[in-house]
Design a binder for this molecule. Structure first.
Ligand code: PEP
Length: 253
């Protein structure tokens, strides 16, 4: 079901002690200040997951996410974490296909497809990221690329599984740069994403899937971005490391 979501991606930031302080502030502010139909997601480092889960407890509007997982259920993959392990500690969502993983760890369309299956089989929600680099936008190739990213990794899913996804459109040129996509650019791409989904799965599913915008979202631009018809919220990097700023973003619907 289409939901209003503010998802924070902490990336490789904070010690456990710092992270618990941040998470605890977010949880309390979210409980006290958020309207009921907004969900907050915190995608924290692996080392923090168990402790943050305890803090979240039974809080109804705060969910826990991991930032990645391995595609296999178990085995000789030194240093990796499986979807099954994440499920077992109560993780709700897993970010997949973030541009930093595509770029630095060469995650391919096929690998992401396998990771998606692992996450879905373990009854967690994938937050699937897509988006173009600056040179692609400058040559107006963003629509073809995003369509390819969606089709190649997601379109083997059954309609039932597809409807469980959260999609995040994150233009790479807007991530961590302070330069966000304009409201028109975000709305244009989100509308396009729904059109592509509709062609494959039908308008019912296309209108029900939550599509987040990511890339330099902050409290000062969130209201305008979130008021775009096809934008259901944000995936927030840098600004999610400040509890007050992050919850203010979540209050921007
Ligand atoms: C991100 O990395 O997903 C992101 C959107 O980062 P930032 O908000 O810092 O641009």
């Amino acid at each position: 079901m289409r939901k209003k979501i503010a998802a924070g991606n902490w990336k490789m930031n904070t010690t456990v002690e710092e992270g618990l302080k941040l998470a605890s502030e977010v949880i309390h502010m979210a409980q006290d200040e958020l309207i009921t139909d907004v969900s907050v997601i915190m995608a924290v480092p692996f080392t923090h997951l168990v402790a943050v889960k305890k803090l979240i407890g039974s809080s109804s509007n705060v969910l826990l996410a991991a930032q990645n997982c391995h595609q296999a259920a178990s085995g000789a993959f030194t240093g990796e974490i499986s979807a099954e392990m994440l499920k077992a500690i109560g993780v709700n969502c897993v970010i997949l296909g973030h541009s930093e993983r595509r770029e630095y760890y060469k995650e391919s369309f096929t690998l992401l497809e396998e990771k998606l299956q692992a996450v879905l089989q373990n009854e967690m929600t994938p937050i699937f990221c897509c988006g173009e680099k600056l040179d692609v936008r400058q040559s107006n190739g963003q629509f073809d690329l995003v369509k390819e990213q969606l089709a190649a990794s997601l379109f083997s899913l059954s309609p039932e599984d597809f409807s469980k996804l959260i999609i995040a459109y994150e233009p790479v040129w807007a991530i961590g740069t302070g330069v966000n996509a304009s409201d028109d650019q975000a709305q244009e791409m989100h509308h396009f994403i729904r059109k592509v989904i509709s062609q494959k799965y039908g308008s019912g599913i296309a209108n029900e899937v939550s599509v987040l915008y990511g890339g330099s979202v902050k409290a000062s631009n969130a209201k305008d971005l979130f008021s775009c018809a096809d934008v259901d919220g944000g995936l927030i990097g840098g600004a999610s490391l400040d509890s007050r700023g992050f919850v203010d973003i979540a209050k921007s619907f």
